[in-house]
Design a protein around this ligand. Sequence first.
Ligand code: ATP
Ligand code: MG
Length: 436
Amino acid sequence: MKKSPAKKQALQRPKGTQDLYTPEISRWHHLEKTCQRIFTQYGYSEIRPPVFESTALFMRGVGETTDIVNKEMYTLASKTAEESDSNINTLTLRPEGTAGVVRAYIENGMSRWQKPVKLYYMGPMFRYERPQAGRQRQFHQIGIESFGIDSPAADAEVIFMAMQLFKHLGLRDLTLQINNIGTPACREQFKVTLKAKLANQLPQLCNDCKTRYETNPLRLLDCKMPSCQALLQTPEIQNFLAQDFTAEVEQKAFNQLLSLLDELEIAYYRNPTLVRGLDYYTRTVFEITSSSDALGAQNTICGGGRYNPLVETLGGPETPGIGWALGVERLLRLLPEIPLPPLDFYIATDCHARAFQLAERLYHQGFSAEVDLTEKPAGKQLEKASKRGAKQAILYFQDAVQARKIVCKTLSTGEQFSGSLDGFLEALQGTSVKSL
Ligand code: ATP
Ligand code: MG
């Protein structure tokens, strides 16, 4: 007896990733199109850098003491001895968008463009994290960067654009949290004092925070552990955080930004513990959170800030910059489902080439149409038309094709048009799809 081949085990997608397809994909298209429209109106143009870059770019551009670089990067196995020599030549799947955009800005000489240089990007990011609701290993961001202007007007514009975008998308119950984290120099003083204030609590901090205490104490404020959060709630720490540690010039610019936000009627909450996950920010940092039940604990949909030293850090000319990125998966949980537009015509036929040409004429008039690809009798094809949810079924079989005639049936009412093909197409001219 012939042995049947062993059934192959189906493979599964990697943990923390998603397959995106219809009907969910309609929401993605809606978000992408809305962003493209609004960003273009504001004078932004799209940039598509590679999804992998040299590991060194993220180490320098995101910061070696950040969670992203320390724990979350997908660094590819070296293919050559030359690569394995150092981090400089290994490649990493991008965990965020800004470092790559800044690298591209420098490498492509965009610093010679008229300022501000306004760029936007959309695409997948990769972080090795524990997958949970709102936290994936491959997720998507849509982000913007505005290079070249240090004035508070640039900060106000990017925040205003984000808020307008969310308004256009119909999002409600959003909170803008904002903080002034000053320059790296101001932060040094802040870090020393923060460490001193927390010295007695050191044993109670989580293991990550014990490391952060030594390597990057600012990150202590960013810890998600409730026990560490509680330690920061003491009046002493809160009073300390409420003080402005930043230089006068930074404070002045930040206050101007707040006045602009007031004028724009954008409500904000000044959150002194907001430090953001990346090292490169200066002065303005912000996050937009949602209080919707759909998000639960991962309720930040957009984060951003000013990163004045970054272009220089990555080897470019001194160039101020500000930007933000939104998490697509989290944002989409807040949008209602978008119903797929119904199919306008289903063409039942036994003359496929002619039916494709007829469909093409319908497309030309702005309709959607599908041709039945089977050899089944007309009755069966009509059943498929109904199941497919088409508004109209066209019967276009050999006799009709030869006589240049057509039968078109409105599936919801059974009403029927029967006549010449040209007359039918002419009657359709100017008919809006909705009124079919
Ligand atoms: P979190 O504090 O939630 O880890 P983050 O500070 O690491 O966020 P950013 O680097 O600021 O996040 O990224 C901007 C946005 O991208 C976040 O506000 C969030 O909406 C989204 N995001 C970040 N990490 C993930 C992830 N692993 N899965 C899904 N979305 C994410
Ligand atoms: Mg994170």
